[in-house]
Design a protein around this ligand. Structure first.
Ligand code: FAD
Length: 446
């Protein structure tokens, strides 16, 4: 039996389903998928992150006496080359709509054995007693009994009896050959996921209290590592649960929002493009308004700082994601899909299910979404979670000597003669009122 171990979004050797279930002679592979890469901007930071992670995986596999064949091609073409030499392909399941289509094509050439190794749960399991999927987070989460149950989640041990197949493969392409420029990444991304987790365990007890203060370093910063499987979600769960720390439940709960959104997208694939709750909304289609939001030129300091920071680094704190998405969908009344697409282009940790689910949450169109009248006031938010304006000043350097109180009052900056800051593009209370009326009308009509 000769097997291909197709690494995709599980770029690790520790706790790997592929290395656990593999037998005898294997060829570990990674494919830089031309269909995806050709659609990305040449300065996409994620390509640098994946590229570095793939090289690290190759190195780790070598320490096990294996290796990684790295291809730059369309997956189907790679498997056309390999199909006569191998009997089956082992991979971890990928629920993205493109991945589902791709895997179906590959399956026509070679049998594909999928393992649930990118998420903790298999979305096919854990249905309600009536056999339908959960749509609300809390009962979904409670039904799992994760905190009270003593047992840990199954982990995967390496099968030490596997050996590298003798198949000759091409050399590793350079990042330039993939058509990309190497990008500078935020420094924490260079740390391995387990060290990040260890650092986080030292502050996990104050996570619940501190996690919304976006100028603090209070969260795990594990999302990009999780996205590409540099650590397994199951392993995070087990490590946290076995550690001697208090008050970790809140963190586990957040980890399960990732599971929940994956579960929702799996059971309701239409929610990738359509309002989950089915309401019909006439969104504002003004492209200039959208552009101002994207570029951080709204005249609302906290929104501008968050968007500029995203454009410069690929990062955005969860609370800021909630504030800018509420502003786009409720104050500017622009379709959540536009925001979702923009985040998909920019976020280092972009994950379709979490992004879609969270955008639908913010725009009150999703499963277990925010009620439509819950609209963040960006000024109240910045005064509550960054009173001294530390985050805003760190991003918009021209404002570093400004009295932070000016950030938290509508148009206080633009009316100050000493600064060249635009007037807010929208009146917060008027736009809030209009959004509530429009959402109410849409709800009543659906
Ligand atoms: P921590 O607070 O340390 O949380 C630990 C892990 O739990 C995260 O790494 C993440 O995997 C998961 N998690 C936490 N909060 C959420 C949540 N609300 N929804 C789903 N999973 C969560 N997260 C992504 O990973 N990819 C996305 O594309 C994405 N898009 C988002 C878009 C919007 C509009 C909003 C409001 C949230 C989005 N999130 C997304 C969720 C959340 O903002 C990030 O997971 C979090 O900021 C990552 O930082 P962290 O790893 O330090 O999180």
């Amino acid at each position: 039996m000769k097997q291909i171990l197709w690494f995709r979004r599980d770029l690790r050797v520790s706790n790997s389903a592929l290395l656990h279930y593999a037998k005898n002679e294997v060829l570990p592979i990674f494919i830089f998928d031309k269909n995806i890469l050709d659609s990305l901007p040449k300065d996409d930071r994620r390509v640098t992150f994946i590229y570095d992670s793939v090289l690290k995986l190759k190195k780790s596999l070598k320490t096990l006496g294996l290796d990684l064949a790295i291809f730059y091609d369309e997956p189907i073409k790679v498997f056309e080359k390999l199909k006569n030499e191998f009997d089956e392909v082992l991979c971890s399941v990928d629920f993205d709509s493109y991945a589902i289509k791709r895997d179906k094509e590959v399956e026509k050439l070679l049998p594909l054995r999928r393992f649930n190794d990118s998420f903790i749960l298999n979305p096919n399991e854990h249905l309600k007693s009536d056999g339908t999927p959960y749509k609300v987070f809390t009962p979904f989460y409670k039904s799992l009994n994760l905190i009270t149950e003593a047992s840990s989640i199954e982990e995967y041990k390496l099968n030490e009896n596997i050996r590298l197949s003798s198949f000759a493969y091409d050399n590793t392409p350079s990042i330039k050959e993939l058509g990309f420029e190497k990008q500078e990444l935020p420094s924490f991304l260079y740390k391995d996921a387990k060290s990040l987790l260890e650092e986080f365990l030292l502050k996990i007890e104050s996570y619940q209290e501190d996690r919304d203060y976006f100028y603090k370093d209070a969260t795990s910063k594990l999302s990009a590592h999780l996205r590409f499987g540099l650590i397994s979600a199951k392993e995070i769960f087990n490590i946290v649960k076995k550690s001697n720390v208090n008050n970790y439940e809140f963190f586990i709960r957040e980890l399960f929002w990732r599971e929940f959104y994956n579960y929702i997208l799996f059971h309701f694939p239409n929610s990738e493009k359509e309002n989950f709750n089915g309401i019909k909304i006439e969104w504002n289609k003004d492209e200039e308004d959208f552009k101002k939001w994207c570029e951080g030129k709204t005249g609302v300091p906290i929104i501008d700082a968050a968007m500029i920071h995203l454009n410069q680094t690929g990062l955005m704190h969860n609370r800021l994601r909630m504030i800018v998405s509420s502003f786009l969908t409720k104050n500017l009344f622009i379709d959540w899909r536009k925001g979702e697409e923009y985040f998909a282009l920019k976020l280092l940790d972009y994950e379709a299910s979490s992004n879609i689910g969270s955008w639908q949450w913010s725009s009150s169109t999703g499963a277990d979404a925010a009620p439509y009248f819950r609209i963040f006031n960006p000024y109240t938010q910045s005064s509550k979670f960054d009173k001294e304006g530390i985050f805003i000043k760190s991003v918009i350097k021209e404002l570093k000597d400004v009295d932070a109180r000016l950030f938290h009052t509508e148009n206080a900056l633009s009316s100050n003669l000493f600064f060249d800051y635009p007037k807010a593009m929208v009146d917060i209370s008027l736009s809030r009122k209009r959004a509530i009326e429009l959402f109410k009308k849409a709800k009543d009509e659906s």
